[in-house]
Write a protein that binds this ligand. Structure first.
Ligand code: GLV
Ligand code: MN
Ligand code: MN
Length: 395
């Protein structure tokens, strides 16, 4: 089947007609619909699907045992995300397999197409939840303690998706991942050629800032009598922006929750999530320390409290240079670039699986937005590149 028709089919699933975006949190109905679409595509191709205890999937072409070359990505999305982040890698993988089969290529090792769950962490707050659990980086106990914003525990979400939570834990699928190559849309403006190869993933973390104050009347409480956590938060958001600029790093408060969230009351509590990233670990640590220091000083002035809780920290990932250079060679000198975005490929690389990434050009650099976009010709170049890489790795 052509990339174009696979893409049209897949990208119709769960598209919000008002925003043009997708909200496919892990194990939600829209994400399940996309996953069932994937399973149907695998069945139509006679690929043998293996799943693990949290719902990660690998569909195999070729022998049913022994390690193989796996490609693929994820089908979940951020809240109101774009069409490409994740699905492009899964659809391109299927299209590349179709292409190799049409050419009569016979792989010497099994080729697998993977779809890994809750990569964005948009539902349970933990990025790369599926791959972290599979790799044993996140214990079953910690994973099963997660709840979504509505208070639904992970175990219930799994049950509702027909998955027995008793199976959550390190995944046997990893034993069969001899090599992993993830194709992904580039998420900044760093790539000017149609296709590039990843060098590294920036270290990054998610930190929960809880600002406590005193609820009070918006009309009668003198400005000088207030203990307003919104002010402490607001100043912290400005400080984060400034410190990230000074450090050449990234800091974002993209999610907040306010109690009691009433227009005519000084809030009692503001919870805000900081996403911080930098090119190296030392810079990331200094950035967090600088933001926390300014937030603490401001809390003292406001008479508020502050608690900072790391929810996840992802180390720097340097993809193995041998595999990376091999891809660059197959692709006639494709450009090599780092990324500030997180990926399951980083988790698998850390777990010792030889891993590489291909990027498809993003002409606007916009991502995690309905406006995320890649030209069709670049997507086709991505499929061609992926097929060439798979052929080289599985010849
Ligand atoms: C995922 O795309 C992330 O970088 O947060
Ligand atoms: Mn993403
Ligand atoms: Mn992604």
């Amino acid at each position: 089947m052509s990339f174009e028709s696979l893409w049209a089919d897949q990208s119709a699933i769960g598209r919000n007609p008002e925003t043009g975006g997708y909200t496919r949190g892990g194990w939600t109905p829209t994400e399940r619909e996309a996953t069932h679409w994937f399973l149907d595509q695998c069945a139509a191709r006679g690929l043998a699907v293996e799943s693990d205890g949290i719902g990660n999937l690998i569909a195999w072409w070729g022998a049913s045992d022994g390690p193989g070359v796996v490609t693929g990505s994820h089908l979940d999305s951020v809240i109101d995300g774009g069409a490409f982040d994740g699905p492009l890698g899964v659809v391109s993988a299927l299209a590349a397999i179709d292409r190799l089969r049409a050419e009569g290529f016979e792989p010497s090792v099994p080729l697998g197409v993977g779809a890994f769950v809750e990569e964005e962490g948009s539902r349970f707050g933990m990025p790369c939840l599926g791959s972290r659990v599979a790799a044993g980086v996140l214990s079953a106990e910690k994973a099963l303690a997660l709840t979504d914003r509505a208070g639904v525990p992970l175990a219930l979400a799994l049950e509702q998706a027909g998955i027995d939570p008793a199976g959550v834990g390190p995944s046997p699928l990893l034993q069969r991942m001899g090599t992993f190559v993830e194709l992904h849309v580039e998420q900044g403006r760093g790539l000017t050629a149609p296709v590039g190869v990843a060098s590294s993933i920036w270290p990054h973390g998610r930190f929960r800032f809880t600002f406590g104050g005193e609820a009070n009347h918006a009309g009668t409480t003198l400005m000088e009598d207030r203990h307003d956590p919104m002010l402490t938060y607001a100043m912290t958001a400005l400080a984060a922006n400034k410190q990230a600029r000074l450090a050449g790093a990234r800091a974002t408060f993209g999610r907040i929750s306010v109690e009691p969230n009433g227009t005519n009351a000084v809030p009692s509590q503001v919870t805000a999530w900081l996403d911080a990233r930098a090119a190296d670990t030392a810079t990331l640590e200094l950035l967090l320390a600088a933001i926390t220091k300014q937030a603490t000083e401001r809390a003292e002035r406001d008479g508020t409290t502050l608690e900072v809780t790391p929810e996840s920290v992802s180390p720097i990932v340097n993809f193995p240079t041998g595999l990376r250079d091999r891809l660059v060679g197959v692709l006639d000198g494709a450009p090599v670039l780092p990324t500030g975005a997180g990926h399951d490929a980083g988790v698998f690389s850390d777990a010792g699986i030889p891993t590489a990434m291909l990027f498809v050009r993003n002409p606007t650099g916009i991502s995690h937005s309905p406006a995320e976009y890649a030209e069709q010709d670049d997507c086709l170049a991505g499929v061609e590149a992926l097929a060439a890489v798979l052929k080289d790795l599985a010849k």
